[in-house]
Design a protein around this ligand. Structure first.
Ligand code: ZN
Length: 288
């Protein structure tokens, strides 16, 4: 072997050595990447399990399941309702109205939910995008409720009129979102304990435990005060989204309540979190 050949051989061996070193580094890097990814996946899965405390009933298990699905889909709108933390249901009657969209914006912003008890004459309005509003309520996870066609005292009318007042709203809501309203709220709370009304309802009757008297005070300040003063776990608060001051009051009260530790939930979310199985025709005022 000549000196030149020897040198060539040495060069080749050095090259091989360098290549081997590179391969080692590549393998080590690969292993690190795999470990990091696996770690992230495990941590991610752990994060999506809500800290709901003791999950005992099947209803609570449903909430956990739902939460896992939702957290995986969209991180920002994660909604884990903690049954051990206080919650409040804001409910809005007589709409939809021209301020309902603004309210839905706020609900979305604060990751809050509400329940809407709507009247036939409002659902038939053509000056506001009723169909869009209802679809948005549904997409946000709000409850769509029935408040009769003509804001009717259901215990003071004939059987056929009662049927029309309830079924009319059912049909209008179903046309927009594909399903019947979940709850009935008889106007004025009239007939909530009347067997005729309870039978005609064919759905749970949702009343309220706090009346903000927003329609009477016509004041945002008074309405906020009423909400904050009566805030308590399990309360169902009555307001009207047809009034600008009521919607503005809700927009102010929602973050205030959240700061105090309240979860702003729909009525069905509250019932589920409290482990209450709602029955058709039965009136509910609050969930403690
Ligand atoms: Zn009403």
């Amino acid at each position: 072997m000549t000196t030149r050949e020897k040198n060539e051989l040495k060069k080749l061996q050095r090259k091989k050595e360098v290549r081997r070193q590179y391969e080692k580094i590549a393998i080590i890097l690969g292993v690190i990447i795999v470990i990091v990814f696996a770690g992230k996946m495990i941590l991610g899965k752990k994060k999506s399990v809500p800290t709901a405390g003791n999950v005992e009933t099947s209803q609570k298990q449903t909430i956990v399941k739902k939460t896992i699905v939702e957290t995986t889909v969209q991180e920002e709108t994660t909604r884990a309702i903690d049954p051990n933390k206080p919650m409040i249901a804001l409910t809005f009657d007589d709409g939809p109205g021209q301020y309902t969209g603004k309210l839905l914006d706020a609900l979305e912003k604060y990751n809050a939910r509400a329940s809407f008890f709507m009247c036939g004459y409002s659902l038939k309005r053509t000056d506001i995008p009723v169909d869009k509003l209802l679809k948005r309520m549904d997409a946000l996870g709000c409850d769509l409720g029935n408040h009769t066609m003509n804001h009717c005292a259901l215990d003071k009318v004939s059987k056929s009129k009662r049927k029309y007042e309830i079924n009319g709203v059912n049909e209008l809501v179903k046309k927009a979102v594909g399903y019947n309203p979940k709850f009935l709220r008889p106007p004025y709370g009239s007939g909530i304990r009347d067997a005729k009304v309870q039978k005609a309802a064919k759905m749970p009757i949702v009343c309220w435990s706090v009346d903000t008297l927003d329609w009477k005070t016509k004041s945002k300040k008074e309405t906020v005060k009423s909400i904050m003063n009566s805030a308590k776990d399990g309360q169902i608060i009555l307001m009207h989204d047809i009034h600008s001051w009521s919607v503005d009051a809700a927009i102010e009260a929602i973050p205030k309540l959240q700061k105090k530790g309240y979860q702003i939930v729909s009525v069905s979310e509250m019932a589920e979190a409290k482990g209450v199985k709602l029955k058709k025709g039965q009136p509910y005022f609050e969930f403690e």
